[in-house]
Structures are given as C-alpha cells and as structure tokens.
Design a protein around this ligand. Structure first.
Ligand code: SF4
Length: 1014
C-alpha cells in the first residue's frame, strides 16, 4: 500500500483535506479509529479546533509521535518506564565515569565532569537514537576514525547498555521499541483505519521507519507537506529534501491540491515571489508589513502594540496571534515586560528553565556558600534574601556588613571567628577626621555579641558538610535546612509557588534516580553538581491561566503547522535571522551525513522564513531593529531586503517619534503618560486619575531636567535656601568645625551636604589587606612613638624604628579593630620599608629644626579650639597636629603626614581645598600658644618628600609666608560659612574627579571619574 502525500502551498487546504478524509472514513464506519500525528502542541490544538468546527469526530486521537509509540506499547502490554532528566543525568555521568575508569576516555578526559559536556552528550545520544543509529554500527564505523568520534561511540554504547540493564528507556528509544513491537505484533494496529501526519516539515529516521511499519497494516496513511508542483525555489529546498528522504524509504502517491490559497493579497504575493530569481512583479500596497524600530526593545513595543490594536479595534482574540523570532532568548525578557505593561497575556513555546527562576537563583547562592568559602558580599546578599529567614532583621545584616568592613572580612567563617575575639578586646577605634585617618565610629551602637550569636546560628546550618552521604540523605538534609530557614513559608507569588513545585519534583527525581540506579555516596560538591544539572533540565511550567487568551511566542523554526490570524516575525536584521550557523562540536557534518542526521550547517533558512510568514491568515508584520545596542547602524536581513523588493508604495514603516505619535495609539497607561509628558499635553485630561498621574510626572520631569542640566542649580540640585534658617542654626557659631569639613565643602558642596548634613557614609566592599585609614593610623602611630622616644632618649629615630614598629604592629589589630589578613606579614614589611625611607628623608630635611611636639589636639576634648572672628560672629575649629618642630629662634614648623601619594600644591590652598596647614599653624600659634609659626608643609610618607606647598613661600595678594596662608584660609572660611548658612549645596565635581569618600558617587548625576596615577 502506498502512502498518500498531500503536497500544496501554504493555506491551500491540506488540513481541510485531512479533516474531509476523516469525515469520509467515519461516514462508512462511525467508530473507525484514526490517528492524527502533529509536530507540536500548537498544531494539536489547531487541528482539534478545526475538527470541532467541522462537526467533530469520535475515535480521532490527535498527538505527537511519542503518544502513538506509547499507544502501541500499552496495547502490547509492554511497559517500559521512561527516564526522567535527573535519572538521565545520573546515568550519563556514570557512563562517563565508567568509561574513564576503564581507560577508554582520553580525548574527553579533561572535560568529563563538566555540566556542558554531559548536556552535549545527552543531545547527541538523543539525535543518534532518533536517526536509528545502532551502537554496534557506530562503534564499527568510528573504529578507525578520530579518538573523539570513537570515544563518543563507546559512550553511546555504554549508555544504552546501562539503560537496558535497569530496564528503563529514554524518550527517543520509545520509537525503537514501538517499531520492534509492531514487527512481531502487527495486529496491534488492526483497529486503526486511518493515520494522518499533518504539519511536519521534516522527519527523523525513526519516524520514517514507524510510517513504513504501520503502512503495511493500515488502510490509509496520509502525510501533508508544504510545497509547489515544482520544487525548484530556494524556499522549497527543505520540502525537496524531505520528499527525497521519504521517497527513498516509502512508496508514495503524491496528491497535489488545486485549491486556491486563502491568503490576503500581500502575503500571497510574498508567498509566490519571495526569493524567486525570475520574479520582477511588484505589488503596490499602502499596507505596511515591514516595520523598522530604533532598538530591539522599541521593536517589541511596536510589535505588541500592533497586536493589541488588532485585538482592541478588530476584536481579534489574542490566542489567534503569534510572534516568532530566531533569537527568542534575547527577546524573551523584552516581550515579557512589554506584554505586562500592555496588559496582554503571552505564552512561550518553551517553558523557562527552573535554574533561572529567582527562587532557584537565591537557593543556589545560599547552597554555594560553603563551597566558595562564604564570600562576604554573597553571604550578606543571602542574609538579606527575602526567600530565607535566618532570624535576622535588616538592621542586623547592616550591622554585620559594617563589622565586615571594619574588620576586613573578605570571606570565610574563620575570619569572622577571629574578628569576634579582636572586637571583644578593642571595641570601636577612635573617630578621626583628618584625611589620612578618615574613619567614623563605625561600630557605635552595634551589639557585637548579639551579632556573633546570630551568625553562629547561621553556621550551624552547614555543620558536618565534609562527610559523604547518599543523594537521598542530602535531599533530606536540604529539605530540613530549607524548612529551618522558613523557605517554603516565605513564598508569596504564584510564579515562586510554581518554581517551588518544580523544585520539589526535581528533588523527588533525584531520590527516584537513586532508588533505580542504586545508592550513590557523594560529597556535598557532587550533590550540588547533580542537583544543579537536574534543575537545569527541569522546566518551569507556565501557570495555566497564562494560556488563556494569550499571544503565542515561538522560535522561527517552530513556525510550522499551526495557523494564526495575525503573525509578527521579529528580528529581521543581519546576524539575527538568518542565524549564524555553528558546527556541532561532537558530531561534525561529515559524520552527520554518514549517519543520516540532520545537518547543522546549511539548514535551509529560506524555507524556515517562508514557513513562518505563511502562518498568517489575515495580518502579517515583519520587524527589525535598525540600530544596535551601541547605537550603530544595523543592516537588514537578506529576507527583509528580498521582501521589500516585491512591493511599491508604503510597505515599510519607520517607528514614529514619541514627540509626534498620536496619544490614541498608546498601548498602556504608562505609554500614554510618557507621550503626554513628551508632548507637554495630555489629550485625555478629562480623566481625573490620568490627569493626576500626569501632574506628578510633569513634576518629575522638572526634577529630571534639573538633574540633566549642565549647570547644577535649583532646589533639586542642592539649593536648600528654602530651609536656610534650619541650616544656619545647625551651623551656628557653636558648631565645631574641622579643616577636613571645610575642605570638603570647597571640593564639592553636595558631598559636604551628603556627608556632614545627612551623615551618609560611602559603602565599601571589604578587600584583602589594610584600608587607607588603618594604614594611615599605623604610620602616624609609629612616627609619633619613634620621635617621642628619640626625644626622650636623645637617640636617632632611625635606630628606634624596628623596635617601635614591632610594638605598634603587635597592638595594631586590637587598637585599630581589624583582623590581620594573610597579607599582614607582607604589609608589615612594606610599612617598615616605607617608614625607613621616610625617616631617612625627614632627617635629611631636618636642617635647623628639632621635633618637639606630636599629635597636639585643639578643640578636642577639653583642649581649646581655634577661634576665628568673622564679620558675622566667630567660628570654632578643632584638629590634631601631627608634628611641630622648633628652631633655635623658637619659631615653629608644622608638619602634616600624608600616606597618600597625592600632590599638594599652592593652587589647592588658593582654591580652598587644602586649608589644613594654615589652620593648624594658627591653632599652634593662637590656641596652643606654642610660638610663632614660620614654616609648614605636608610630608608624603610614601614619597618620602615634603609637598611643594610651603607656608614660608606662599603668596596671596600682597602678602607672603604664613600670613598670606592665614588670609586665604580666612577668606575661604568666611565664604564657605556664608554659602553653607544660605543652604547652597549644589554639586560641583572636584577638579581631579570625585573622591571615593563621597557617599554620593553611586548616584550623583554630576559624578566625574577620578584619574589616578599613583
Ligand atoms: S559624586 Fe562628585 S559631584 Fe557628586 S557629590 Fe560627590 S564629589 Fe560632588
């Protein structure tokens, strides 16, 4: 008996002919059993709805090949269970391990444990099975081939043997079993009258073999294919291939339908002429079927707007619309977010992978912690995760973060344990405000003992992790742990609930795989690897409500069989479609051809395009982005150009600008309001709710404009003149200033506002090694102690350096509350080396000066502040003078140590960003009454040299020396206080770029990167 092959162009009645045939068969025998085999779920529901519209039929079963394989096996009473992804992973992993242990794996030895390799193997095995490649043939064929191919054949052979041993089967193996069953038991088909395969564009070898088998015993078998009488156009290439393949194995009777296509004029014209070299005919149309948008995200907006327009204005049900794209991964998030905004349901042909759901990502971050040695950043993120309850409130996690910064905890439980001991004896170190030791009292108000207790509870979750356990025991451990963290109780969204259900199934699958394949004792790392592999293979099924009235979204290659009223093809730009083809790393093209596998290169993408656009019964839109993400021109796809060539008139539409777009075209309230703000007019102002929202947005636009303006000004950019009174009372004459605060204002008023008025601190990520403040504090302490002792004993400071430094180093972790990292020994050597050089240089610069006072406080504790009289009152300033030298005339020299390698120039003093020297000099002179200052400079500890700015050489207006510096400082202090009290805090990026100490660097609109050439 021959198989009847119905060949006709798209939309010319193939499905109708199949339904007609079913009707005819059932007229003679109303109980006749019919199978309709379809390629996908979309075609199944399409076929069923067409059949229902035609009056329905009893005894007709519509499904995929696998459903019919199961039918055959069930009918024969031969039940072989099908493996789950978890069991498949386990068996493939074991296969690889066994082949490796037997010394038969060398080419793939280095990647044998990689998840990617195991998943490539699974795909290759599935393809080989579908192509009916017998393991013994494959082994024989590759015996003299490359090691890579022969090892693949060995792995394939072992995998199938292992499956047979446990008496399970993989999905592709079902075809083999069904065919084998039919060979010995053909009467299983005796009740079947008609078999139809509708909507396929290709067949695997096992599917063709199945046809061959059933054709022997069934009265009628129909196969439909899309194509013309003469298959000589590029778009027919795939049909021609399939036809030749079918002819090789089956006896075919070709039936060509003569029905006229019901496609609209434009789609019909495209169908008849696309990629037809001889076609010169152009159709004049005003219907835009090609749409260009600026970006992929705009393209998605336009595509979904077009569908929504058809839905609202022409009452087209959303389930009658489809979107196809070759690059579904990059379009998926865009489609999801725009559809949510537009209030449209969409559903994807492929469910999301469970491992990408937020719930599972949070779980993986948590479970990975012990393997990665608890990196502090990840640990804090996990502690803050809304999916877990570790008995910590947000303030507790904040406190732990502060402790980690103070103690420099980069990773590991051990670092935390060491920290508790140090903090117990040291407490919070003193707050300093000088640039070198800039540190606030971070630990103030933190209950360190309580935080330790909290973290101890967390560590308990991961005890006894070194032992090996069976997978079932690990799953039990995981479930207990999740319960202890209230993981299940915290799930609130429907999507997370779905993910949680799928997670439960994945865990059950792991337990089941162990009960089938035997107990496997594994360590924690292996358990996680097995779990992640299972999660990657588990799909996160969409909620059932999503399927109702939803636009279907599929891959371009899936655009076959089902038909829709409206179809959009996304991404017709170069590189997106046709897709760039890559060879298969395991099965190369020659091997594929020899084994009868589908090629990976030269995949007839013209046929795919043809199949895709001919899915549209009424409306078609082909879209593309014309700019890349970087704003560069994006060339159109060849299929776009070929389509364009076939039309005259306005077939191409460029996305409208939001400035001119009619507000009636807005597809969401958000979009309408966006257009209204852009156009400064709301067309629907009679709607009170819209009008109110528009007013808010209009206000927000004012803020945005202020932020974007070149010159920062106004109340949204630091002008607090409206609360001038509050600000001036905050900074009244009682306020105690530091040089550093005055300098901060001069550097950037907004920085001052954030740091001093709002008391915000920059967020720092703990890094291995001392931070700048700790290093500065240690340097200062050693220099102070060395000089003090040298003064007392009358010896050279250099001779005392080693001894003093070792004393300071021994106490440093407790004194400055840090946990010595693994770099501490190296750091000590470096500090010592640097200080040795700096001491030598200081001694060379000693001249007539003798050090005589160190770390002199003014305005701190009960010491007298520096008080300066201004026109509108006085100002009090406090500080800590690193060092004062005296000469024989009793004159003073001020030295301020700086660890950083920044240059300190006269210009910095003139512009007010370095006021420390004159302020300290005045304090020594006026407040501390230590004598007249005639000299002063900053001393670069790392550079081992004085700054270029020297008080004795400084000039300002007609003044020279310290007097000039006092005058410029006074002028700046006056101007600064005046501006502060007027509430002037507009941002102005410092001339060398913004400081890392500014807390606003993460969000400030005027941020300017710093150029560092240390
Ligand atoms: S980021 Fe720069 S411009 Fe902005 S407040 Fe900080 S220092 Fe000023």
């Amino acid at each position: 008996m021959g198989i009847k092959l119905i060949l006709s162009p798209p939309a010319s009645g193939k499905t109708a002919a199949c339904i007609e045939r079913i009707k005819t068969v059932q007229q003679g025998n109303p109980l006749a059993k019919v199978w309709v085999i379809v390629p996908n779920a979309q075609k199944a529901s399409y076929f069923k709805s067409r059949l229902a519209k035609a009056g329905g039929a009893m005894g007709v079963k519509v499904g995929a090949f696998r459903h019919f394989y199961q039918d055959v096996l069930e009918e024969s009473g031969h039940f072989v269970p099908v493996i789950t992804p978890a069991l498949s992973n386990r068996l493939i992993q074991e296969t690889v391990d066994q082949v490796y242990a037997a010394g038969k794996l060398s080419h793939y030895a280095s990647i044998k444990g990689k998840l990617g390799f195991l998943s490539m193997l699974r795909d290759a095995f599935a393809e080989l099975r579908s192509a009916m490649v017998k393991p013994e043939d494959f082994l024989e064929y590759t015996r003299n081939n490359s090691p890579a191919q022969h090892e693949l054949a060995i792995l394939y052979d072992h995998f199938l043997a292992r499956l047979e041993a446990i008496n399970w089967i993989e999905p592709e193996g079902q075809a083999w079993l069904a065919i084998k069953t039919l060979e010995t038991n053909p009467q299983l088909l005796s009740k079947l009258s008609l078999v139809i395969a509708d909507g396929f564009s290709s067949f695997t070898a096992s599917q063709i073999q199945f046809f061959k088998q059933i054709n022997e015993y069934i009265d009628e078998v129909f196969i439909t294919l899309t194509g013309q009488e003469e298959l000589n156009r590029p778009v027919d290439a795939r049909t021609l291939d399939v036809l030749n393949k079918l002819k090789e194995s089956l006896s075919l009777e070709i039936i060509e339908l003569k029905e006229a296509s019901h496609l609209p004029l434009e789609i019909q014209h495209l169908q008849e002429n696309i990629l037809e070299p001889s076609s010169t005919e152009k159709l004049t149309t005003e219907q835009a079927i090609l749409l260009e948008a600026r970006s992929q995200s705009d393209e998605v907006r336009e595509a979904l707007r077009w569908i929504k327009q058809l839905h609202v204005r022409e009452q087209l049900p959303l389930q009658n619309c489809a979107v196809y794209t070759a690059n579904i991964e990059s379009y998926k998030p865009l489609l999801r977010s725009v559809a949510t905004e537009f209030g449209m349901n969409i559903r994807f042909s492929q469910a999301d992978v469970l491992s990408e759901s937020p719930l599972v990502l949070a779980l993986v971050a948590f479970l990975d912690l012990p393997l990665k040695n608890y990196p502090t950043r990840v640990l804090l993120n996990v502690l803050r995760s809304p999916y877990f309850d570790f008995g910590l409130n947000p303030g507790d996690v904040e406190s732990l973060e502060i402790i980690s910064q103070q103690a420099i905890i980069v990773e590991g439980k051990q670092q935390w344990d060491e920290t508790w001991q140090i903090l117990r004896v040291s407490g919070d170190p003193d707050a300093y405000e000088d640039e070198d030791r800039r540190r606030s009292r971070k630990l103030e108000g933190i209950d360190v003992a309580l935080m330790q207790q909290h973290l101890e509870h967390f560590w308990e979750l991961f005890t006894k992790m070194d032992e090996k356990r069976s997978q079932t025991e690990w799953v039990r451990w995981l479930e207990n742990t999740l319960e202890n963290c209230a993981f299940y109780e915290r799930i609130s969204s429907a999507r997370d609930r779905e993910a949680c259900d799928s997670l439960g199934e994945a865990l059950s699958a792991l337990v089941l795989s162990e009960s089938i394949a035997g107990t496997k004792m594994v360590d924690y790392a292996q358990f996680l690897a097995d779990l992640y592999a299972t999660l990657t293979d588990t799909q996160l099924e969409e909620q059932k409500e999503v399927f109702k009235n939803a636009v279907f979204v599929g891959k371009m290659v899936e655009a076959r069989a089902a038909r829709y009223d409206a179809v959009v093809l996304l991404g017709l730009s170069e590189g997106q479609f046709p897709v760039v083809e890559n060879p298969d790393p395991l099965l190369d093209e020659t091997l594929r051809e020899e084994l009868g596998l589908e090629p990976r290169l030269g995949r007839n993408q013209a046929s795919t395009f043809y199949q895709a656009f001919t899915r549209a019964d009424k409306h078609l839109l082909i879209t593309r982005p014309y700019l890349t993400e970087k704003g560069e021109k994006w060339e159109p796809s060849i299929y776009w150009e070929e389509s364009k060539k076939l039309f005259d008139g306005n077939v191409v539409h460029r996305q409208e600008s939001s400035q001119t777009m009619n507000q009636s075209k807005a597809a969401s309230v958000q979009e309408l309001l966006f257009l209204a703000v852009q156009q400064q007019n709301l067309q629907y102002s009679e709607d009170a709710e819209l009008a109110q929202r528009w007013k808010y947005l209009y206000h927000a636009q004012g803020i945005l404009d202020a932020r974007r303006a070149k010159r920062a000004q106004g109340k949204f950019e630091g002008d607090l003149s409206l609360i001038e009174n509050q600000i001036s009372s905050l900074f009244s004459s009682d306020y105690s200033w530091s040089a550093s605060r005055l300098e901060t204002y001069a550097a950037c008023p907004f920085w001052f506002y954030m740091n001093v008025v709002l008391k915000l601190e920059p967020k720092e990520l703990p890094e291995l090694g001392l931070d700048a403040a700790q290093l500065g504090s240690i340097n200062h302490k050693i220099l102070e102690d060395v000089y003090l002792k040298a003064q007392e004993e009358g010896t050279s400071p250099l001779a005392l350096l080693d001894e003093i430094a070792n004393e300071v180093f021994a106490n440093a972790p407790r004194r400055f509350a840090f946990r010595p990292s693994s770099l501490w020994e190296v750091e000590k050597d470096e500090i010592l080396e640097t200080l040795r050089k700096t001491l030598e240089a200081l001694e060379e610069h000693k001249g007539e000066w003798e050090p005589f006072a160190f770390e002199n406080k003014f305005g701190i504790g009960d010491t007298k502040p520096l008080e300066l009289e201004l026109e509108d009152g006085s100002v009090k300033i406090r500080g800590l003078i690193d060092r004062l030298d005296k000469n024989q005339d009793g004159q003073l020299r001020v030295i301020d140590y700086k660890t950083s390698s920044t240059n300190f120039s006269e210009a910095d003093l003139t512009d007010g960003t370095r006021l420390q020297l004159p302020i300290y000099a005045l304090a020594a002179q006026e407040s501390l009454q230590l004598g007249d200052v005639s000299e002063g400079f900053y001393w670069g500890i790392n550079k081992a040299e004085p700054s270029s700015i020297k008080l004795s050489k400084y000039k300002y207006n007609d003044l020279k020396g310290p007097q000039a510096a006092y005058q410029v400082a006074l002028d700046h202090i006056k101007a600064t206080l005046k501006s502060i009290r007027l509430g002037q805090f507009s941002p102005k990026a410092p001339k060398g770029g913004c400081s890392e100490y500014c807390p606003a660097i993460a969000w400030c609109w005027k941020y300017k990167a710093r150029f560092i050439n240390d």
